[in-house]
Ligand binder design. Structure first.
Ligand code: ADP
Ligand code: MG
Length: 231
């Protein structure tokens, strides 16, 4: 069973009287436990595609199945429920809550959506802090952390509720190159450890080579991938 299946998936935005086509009918399959990149220049449709897969927006036409669910058919509240249960998100600008510590930011999805018992919650948050190498920074607030450290907290937050799928829209765009590599490496390690599928977007060709599967977008369509540089 595939984890994500898109068939002739299209999305247009209405801007005044204009229809702006952002995705022009794309097909792809993503298998469970894979490590996937959507690559392409700014405006090629990466965010539009991740928003559809993340049930943050609805396709204009075509079919999209995520975890055996026809997500185009979900209404607003069912989408929110589906996201909370199955999908973790990582953002370009980290999106941590500034007044909460690293620990509390990671704990947040468990408090808000999952309602875990307190003791279990503590064990889960501590194990994730440890997994991303941030156990010694648990009490710090985002403004006391570097960009790379903030993104480690965001990776832990995306995983804490046992999501099967983590979506990361340009997770390395605000990081220097060495830090960017280390975050991608961390995501792959988390995939190895937990079997979580990671799907990230990037416009950086070097970062793209770290993925095991890549789809290259240009103007809302896939183009044929160049040969992989992966050893
Ligand atoms: P990327 O993430 O690769 O930069 P996007 O998915 O953000 O690409 O954008 C794809 C196309 O859709 C672009 O032409 C962009 O201008 C357009 N677009 C994206 N979001 C909107 C929106 N909310 N309203 C109108 N047009 C949009
Ligand atoms: Mg984008």
């Amino acid at each position: 069973m595939s984890l994500i299946h898109a068939q002739n998936l299209a999305k247009s935005y209405r801007v005044g009287d204009l229809e702006v086509p952002a995705l022009k009918g794309i097909d792809f399959v993503i298998e469970p436990s894979s490590f996937v990149a959507f690559v392409g220049p700014s405006g090629s449709g990466k965010s539009t595609l991740l928003n559809l897969v993340g049930c943050l927006d609805h396709p204009t036409s075509g079919k999209l199945t995520v975890l055996d669910t026809d997500v185009a058919a979900l209404n607003r509240s069912a989408s929110a429920e589906f996201r909370g249960r199955h999908i973790g998100f990582i953002f370009q600008d980290f999106n941590l809550i500034p007044v909460l510590t690293a620990y509390e930011n990671i704990e947040y999805p468990l408090v808000m959506v999952q309602n875990w018992p307190a003791a279990q919650r503590h064990d889960r948050v501590m194990s994730l802090l440890d997994a991303v190498g941030m156990a010694d920074q648990a009490g710090k607030r985002p403004d006391q952390l570097s960009g790379g450290q903030k993104q480690r907290v965001a990776v832990a937050r995306a995983l804490v509720a046992n999501s099967k799928l983590v979506l990361a829209d340009e997770p390395t765009a605000n990081l220097d190159h060495d830090t960017a590599y280390r975050i991608i490496e961390l995501m792959r390690k988390m995939r190895d450890e937990f079997g979580t599928t990671f799907v990230f977007s990037t416009h950086d060709a070097k970062i793209m080579r770290e993925a095991e599967v890549t789809f290259t977008l240009e103007d809302g369509r896939f183009i044929t991938n160049p040969p992989s540089h992966h050893d």
